[in-house]
Ligand binder design. Structure first.
Ligand code: RIB
Ligand code: NA
Length: 294
């Protein structure tokens, strides 16, 4: 069994479905409301665990009822929670999600996720040392991502940095990370709108640009490649990126080639969008493999 450490956010997703998205100053009637566990870190942890990895989450929850639900949910999904601490006096992270007109829009309030400091990660150093690959995203403080990148590079641990939501990264972090997985929008911000092919060539087998329905693009050292995605009837695309990142990390850690790993990850992500909620459709290992046999 491969071991994965996820340093990242866990939140409660407050999801509204509405035929119409309200404009500024407008009120509309929506159709449904659900609260489901989410947050990019927790989503990636759950996805990796369902795919058969032994996963430890390093994160923080609030001392509210959401925090209890988030912790319970991680445990239920066989994610180790020894390093997920409740923060006294803080609310849990929340994501306010509107599903409308075939797309989602999200406001994230970090809450307790802001307490995932470099010092906090330092306390979990052992987990990082013992893992095959480390996953991180950007719903936690920037200095923590920087600290983790430095730590992983010192320990010679592979770090997959999912640069979502988008923000600029230092050259040091880009160098220290083993894998970067921006979507097209995040890529633009990360590399100042530079030419895609030019940037890809600079980061062979490191930079993987996810282009939704169009698949994933990377440069393998010889040529630029696109690994196709799978066509499905999408119910909710929230968490598809998280499923992709987790599945890619699992496959790479298992020693699969990049092409195989990307295909596996695309397949897992495509299954995830067929159900409501970020973690709703995240597949078990067998579901992904069955898809390949068909
Ligand atoms: O990547 C999807 C996640 O981003 C959601 O679960 C929500 O928590 C947002 O932060
Ligand atoms: Na889903």
């Amino acid at each position: 069994m491969i071991r994965i450490a996820v340093v990242g956010s866990s939140s409660m997703d407050l999801v509204v479905t509405s035929a119409k998205r309200p404009m500024a100053g407008e009120t509309v009637l929506g159709e449904s409301f659900i609260t489901v566990p989410g947050g990019k870190g927790a989503n990636q942890a759950v996805a990796a665990a369902r795919l058969g990895a032994e996963v430890t989450m390093v994160g923080c929850v609030g001392d509210d009822v959401y925090g209890e639900i988030i912790l319970e949910n991680l445990k239920k999904n066989h994610v180790h929670t020894k390093y997920v601490e409740p923060v006294t006096g803080s609310a849990s992270g929340t994501a306010h999600i509107t599903l409308s007109e075939g797309d989602n829009s999200i406001i994230v309030v970090k809450g307790a996720n802001d307490f995932i400091t470099p010092e906090y990660v330092e306390k979990a150093k052992k987990v990082i040392e013992e893992s095959d690959i480390v996953l991180v995203q950007q719903e936690i403080p920037e200095e923590t991502v920087e600290y983790l990148a430095e730590l992983c590079s010192t320990l010679q641990k592979r770090l997959l940095l999912n640069p979502a939501p988008a923000r600029k990264l230092s050259e040091a972090v880009i160098q220290q990370a083993s894998f970067l997985t921006p979507n097209e929008h995040e890529f633009e911000i990360l590399f100042d709108g530079r030419d895609r092919t030019e940037v890809l060539t600079e980061y062979p087998n490191k930079l993987f640009i996810t282009e939704g329905k169009n698949g994933v693009r990377y440069f393998d050292g010889h040529e630029e490649k696109v690994v196709p995605s799978f066509e499905v009837e999408a119910v909710d695309t929230t968490g598809a990126g998280d499923t992709f990142n987790a599945a890619f990390a699992v496959a790479v850690a298992e020693g699969k080639s990049f092409d195989e790993s990307l295909l596996f990850a695309n397949r897992a992500a495509s299954i995830s969008v067929t159900k409501l909620g970020a973690q709703g459709g995240m597949p078990q290992r067998l579901e992904v493999e069955r898809g390949f046999e068909a």
